[in-house]
Design a protein around this ligand. Sequence first.
Ligand code: SF4
Ligand code: SF4
Length: 449
Amino acid sequence: MPMTLREGNLEAPTRHPVDWRNPEFYDEAALYREQERIFNICHGCRRCVSLCGAFPTLFDLIDASASMEIDGVAKADYRKVVDQCYLCDICYMTKCPYVPPHPWNVDFPHLMLRAKAQKFRNGDVSRRDRMLASTDAVGRLATIPIVVKAVNKSSTTPAVRKAMQGVLGIAADAWLPPYAGHRFRGSALPSLQWPLRDGALAPGKVAVFATCYVNYNEPGIGHDLLKLLAHAQVPYAIVASEVCCGMPKLELGDLESVEALKNRNIPVLAPLARAGYAILTAVPSCTLMFKQELPLLFPEDGDVSAVADAMVDPFEYFVLRERDGLLDRAFKRALGKVSYHIPCHSRVQKIGQKTREVLEWIPGTTVNTVERCAGHDGTWGVKREFFADSMKIGKPVFRRMEEFEPDYISSDCPIAGRRIEQGIAQAGATGKARRAHPLTLLRIAYGID
Ligand code: SF4
Ligand code: SF4
């Protein structure tokens, strides 16, 4: 049978680097040709129709066209598909049988990334989108002590939010995370000098990359991670200096800024990786950026590869330490019922359900696992034009989390956790559930204050 007729892959999926320095990457006609080719394959397949808004938008455009084929769709309308993609990677990682090494070479998310990069280079990007992607700069400003109270008050004042919606395009109804009164990086306690115990599966020392979200919005999650490492007698280091991982810039298609951020982070992280540290972040999107996206953008950079190899999801780290016989499971407190959500950027790391596994170690704890997109997706879900779609995408997650009548709702992605909390509250639920990050739950279960 000729290879091109084969349905799906028999080999493990591989991923080609993003050829973003090639001038053709930014050539509009070349992009249109590639979009037409891949959109046509998707039209014949349609198995991703339920994943997000991008595929239904594409199929509606095709079905409404005169020819009812891809050649009937105006090229200018392709951007409607691109705008619905928030680069979660789920279609590539979990659905598509035509990803490389299949000769059809379908990489839908990276096709969307290319279109976003062209859009960005053409200056077709709003002030709002630039601001939302500047997590570090905005966080630094918002957490200045005399500013933080005013910022937080504004983001919960309906009149201000209406004005923000009108002027900036940030949905008035989207809950925004408050900024913290102190930054994680300035308040993190140094590690005690525990003796180094390397395991067969996981290194005995950890470097913690704070992330913008933990640093500026929820430092408590970072402190919980440090307490858990201390409890496990794992010596840790806070990464000496860091800037945003670049994921929000990637989602905007601003690849030059991704490179600039990479050039500041990697020289700090690579020596830690080479010195045998596991590098942990508490935010799956940031871990994924170092693990997968930077190596695909900079495949020739050995330092980027070294950092990618050292990046470990925190719960993957705890599972590996337990398998090494170096983590105690002496829990002191039951958690009751936990509705736990696995975010897309954890799923595509292909590490299995490590957080669920750890939560299920805890006696007196029942875990209801929900593996589906919660709809927030970086900055996409707070944009005025996408907020309603975003809440619609998240609705089944909100329902499945709530109907379990949990004591806690939890997601590895703290932003998704907030969106789930909003969705449940707006559905009129009167349950007792509290939102807590899985690291916080683990700290509570160990009885650590
Ligand atoms: S990457 Fe995610 S949002 Fe984009 S098309 Fe695929 S499933 Fe949809
Ligand atoms: S991305 Fe792959 S699985 Fe999804 S609709 Fe297109 S061809 Fe089908």
